[in-house]
Design a protein around this ligand. Sequence first.
Ligand SMILES: [Zn+2]
Length: 184
Amino acid sequence: MTTNTTCACCAPPFSHRHGMNRRGMLGLAAGLLGAAAFGRGARAADGTTYDSMLLTCIDPRFVTTVNGWMDTQHLKGQYSQFAIAGASIGVVAPAFAGWAPAFWDNLGASMQLHKIKRVMVVNHRDCGAAKIAYGADAVASRDAETALHRKVFAEFKAQLAQKQPSMGIAGGLIGLDGTLESLA
Ligand SMILES: [Zn+2]
């Protein structure tokens, strides 16, 4: 892009970093105009008060499990969802460095459109992306696997605090039985 004729007041703050196309920018700007209220606890343009964005893995074994766990947290219908291999691993692992901008831009969009207050990070055990990113040895035992996900969660939390300091964080590490352990 050699010139930028879009006025600052109309451009969503997250759009200029990664070249969202003009139609996308206009669509988001229209959405913003439709949302009269801003700030914490505000309602989305459709009048709903949403809670969070769920960050989860693409693993088919966990799709129903993770959404079922969200239901147990009384969040059914209250969250947007971003699925990427490894969940928070897909955002912070150096091996997947090219993926992170898509997550941060989508989080920014959901914050603006849905007035969400936090990210629900749900990593899972036996994650193939963890092995790709950090090697099989890094998850060779249950304790090593837990330690790796704890380290990744801490890194994600630090990046979230830097990029979107108003956002809270919750979630943890879920097993095939649907039990979630906190990583905080
Ligand atoms: Zn996975």
